[in-house]
Design a binder for this molecule. Structure first.
Ligand SMILES: Cc1ncc(COP(=O)(O)O)c(C=O)c1O
Length: 494
C-alpha cells in the first residue's frame, strides 16, 4: 500500500481517507496538513501482534515512537496493546503524558543525560536499553541512590550492514550505537552489568537499520545474537533467554518498492530463532521487536495546496506547494522518493484499493522518479482515453516546497495531468519520520495533525500559530542574566 487502506476515490473525483473527503479536511484544518488513518494503524499493529503470536516463543511488540510521537498516538498504541520505545526525555514525557504504563516503556538513546536517566528512574520506566559504558555506570549509581534494581538490555553492534541508506544503517561495526561484538566490548559490558548490584540484565538488543527490504538479514542478525548469548551464558554461567531485534521493516514509498510483509518477517524470525537456538544450544523464550515506520508510515499522508506553477520550456516544470522541507526533510536527508496525486480532481484515477492507486488507462505514471522526458508533447498519446472527464498532456513536474533552498524538493520528477493553482496535492507514505523531524525553518509554523476514522476526524495536534513561533523568544535586553544575580540559579538556566 502507498496510501492508507481506507483511501478511496469518490464519485465527484475527490480522494477521501477514513471516510473524510480531503477537500473537506482542507476547508476545516487548512493546509499543509498531516492526515493519519487510524484504521491503517490498527491493521498494522494487529498484524504484528497476530503474526508474532508464536505460542512456543513469547513476543512483545514495542512501537518505536521516534517514527511519530504525539500524545494521541501513544494512547492509540497503548489501547492496541503494544509497548513503546522512547529515545529521549522528551519522547518519554509524551509517552507518560499519554498515560502509558511505565513498565511497558523501553528507554533508548546513545547519550542519555543524567537528568534523563533520573527522570526515567523516578517514573519507574520498565527497561533501559543501555548503549555504552558511561551510561551503564551512571545508571547503576543512580539506581543505587534510589535503592532499586533496574532492568536493562544491552545494545550490541553486531557488525551487520543492512542494505539501506547509510544514514539509517546502525548495525555496522563503525556505528555510533551500542557495544561492539568486534573488540570484545559487548562481552565486557555483560561482565560489568553482572557485577553491578543495581542492574538486572534481562536480554540483548540490536537494531541494524531502517527501511530494510532484504529481510534475510534478520536471519544473520539472530544467528549473531544467539551465538553471542551462548558464549556469555556458558562463560558467565547465566541464562539470558531474551532477544530484542529492533525495528527496520521497510515500507512502500513508490509503486516500485516491494517490501516484505509483517507475516514474512515473522516467519524468518521464527525459523531463525529455532534454527540458531538449536545450533548454539541456547533456549530463547522471548523475542521483542521495535517497529516504527511499518506501523505508521503508510497510515499517514500530507495534504498541500498548490501555489505557484513555473514552466521553463524544454527544461523543467515546478509545482510549488505550501510546505516543504520543514514538514518533510526525508528527500533531502536520505534522497527518499515519494508519489503524489491531485486530491481534488482525481478524474485521472480509476480507483484506489487497499492503498494502491490504479490510474485510468493513458495516465499510468511510470518510473516517476526517473523519467526525465522534457518533451511533454510526446506524452500526448497517453491521453487517448476519451472516457476521462478532462483531457490534457501528462506533464513532468517537480514538486517543490516554499523554503529558501533549491534542495527543497519533495518529488523530483512526477508525471501528472496539468496541475492548477489551488489544487490539492496528496503525498503518500508520510506517516513516519516527517512530523517527528519537522522544523520551523523559515519561520514556518508546524502543520496540524488530524486523525480520521469512519467518517469522523479528530485534531491530534493543533497547527502552530505565528504566536507560537515567538512564545519562547525574549526581547532585546529584556531578560538579563548576571553571574551574581539570583536569576542565574539552576531553575532559570536550561
Ligand atoms: C533502536 C531503534 N529501534 C527501532 C527503530 C525503528 O525503526 P523502523 O522505524 O525502521 O521500524 C529505530 C529507528 O531508527 C531504532 O533506532
Amino acid at each position: 500500500m502507498l496510501l492508507p487502506i481506507t483511501a478511496k476515490k469518490t464519485n465527484d473525483d475527490v480522494i477521501e481517507i477514513g471516510g473524510c473527503k480531503l477537500t473537506e479536511l482542507r476547508n476545516v484544518f487548512k493546509t499543509p496538513l498531516y492526515i493519519i488513518d487510524i484504521e491503517t494503524i490498527k491493521k498494522q499493529c494487529n498484524e504484528y501482534l497476530e503474526s508474532f503470536n508464536y505460542g512456543d516463543i513469547q513476543s512483545e511488540i514495542i512501537y518505536a515512537s521516534k517514527a511519530f510521537c504525539t500524545v494521541a498516538m501513544c494512547q492509540l498504541i497503548k489501547q492496541l496493546g503494544l509497548s513503546i520505545d522512547v529515545s529521549t526525555g522528551g519522547e518519554l514525557f509524551i509517552a507518560l503524558r499519554s498515560g502509558f504504563e511505565p513498565e511497558k516503556i523501553y528507554f533508548h538513546g546513545n547519550n542519555k543525560s543524567e537528568d534523563e536517566i533520573k527522570f526515567a528512574l523516578d517514573y519507574k520506566v520498565g527497561t533501559f536499553i543501555v548503549d555504552n559504558f558511561d551510561e551503564l555506570e551512571t545508571l547503576n549509581q543512580l539506581a543505587y541512590q534510589r535503592n532499586i534494581k533496574q532492568k536493562i538490555m544491552l545494545r550490541i553492534t553486531p557488525g551487520i550492514k543492512a542494505h539501506t541508506h547509510k544514514y539509517i544503517q546502525t548495525g555496522a561495526i563503525e556505528s555510533k550505537f551500542g557495544f561492539g561484538l568486534y573488540g570484545g566490548y559487548a562481552h565486557e559490558a555483560v561482565n560489568k552489568a553482572l557485577s553491578f548490584e543495581n542492574i538486572e540484565l534481562i536480554g540483548i538488543h540490536a537494531h541494524i537499520g531502517s527501511q530494510i527490504f532484504n529481510i534475510e538479514v534478520y536471519d544473520k542478525l539472530i544467528d549473531t545474537m544467539i551465538s553471542f548469548i551462548s558464549e556469555i551464558n556458558n562463560k558467565e554461567k547465566i541464562t539470558i533467554d531474551k532477544i530484542n531485534i529492533g525495528g527496520g521493516l521497510g515500507i512502500k514509498y513508490t509503486s516500485e518498492d516491494k517490501p516484505a510483509t509483517i507475516k514474512q518477517l515473522s516467519e524468518v524470525v521464527y525459523k531463525a530463532i529455532k534454527k540458531y537456538s538449536e545450533k548454539h544450544k541456547v533456549s530463547i523464550n522471548k523475542v521483542y521487536l521495535e517497529p516504527g515506520r511499518s506501523i505508521i508510515g503508510n497510515a499517514g499522508v500530507t495534504l498541500y495546496e498548490v501555489g505557484n506553477i513555473k514552466y521553463i520550456p524544454q527544461l523543467k516544470n515546478y509545482i510549488a506547494i505550501d510546505g516543504g522541507i520543514s514538514d518533510n526533510i526525508r528527500p533531502v536527508l536520505y534522497q527518499a522518493k515519494y508519489e503524489a496525486w491531485i486530491a481534488n480532481r482525481s478524474y485521472y484515477i480509476d480507483s484506489i484499493r487497499d492503498g494502491d492507486v490504479i490510474v485510468n488507462e493513458g495516465y499510468e505514471i511510470k518510473d516517476n522518479n526517473k523519467n526525465n522526458n522534457k518533451n511533454y508533447n510526446n506524452n500526448s498519446e497517453k491521453n487517448s482515453d476519451k472516457n476521462n472527464k478532462e483531457e490534457g498532456s501528462l506533464i513532468n513536474y517537480s514538486i517543490v516546497g516554499k523554503h529558501c533552498e533549491s534542495g527543497d524538493v519533495i518529488i523530483e520528477d512526477i508525471l501528472l495531468p496539468e496541475v492548477k493553482k489551488g489544487d490539492l496535492i496528496l503525498v503518500g507514505s508520510t506517516g513516519a519520520y516527517c512530523y517527528s523531524m519537522s522544523s520551523n525553518y523559515n519561520g514556518q509554523p508546524k502543520n496540524a495533525v488530524v486523525a480520521v476514522e469512519n467518517g469522523k476526524c479528530w485534531l491530534w495536534v493543533e497547527r502552530q500559530s505565528y504566536e507560537d513561533l515567538v512564545s519562547k523568544d525574549k526581547k532585546l535586553y529584556e531578560y538579563e542574566f548576571c553571574k551574581h544575580d539570583s536569576l542565574f540559579d539552576e531553575k532559570n538556566v536550561y
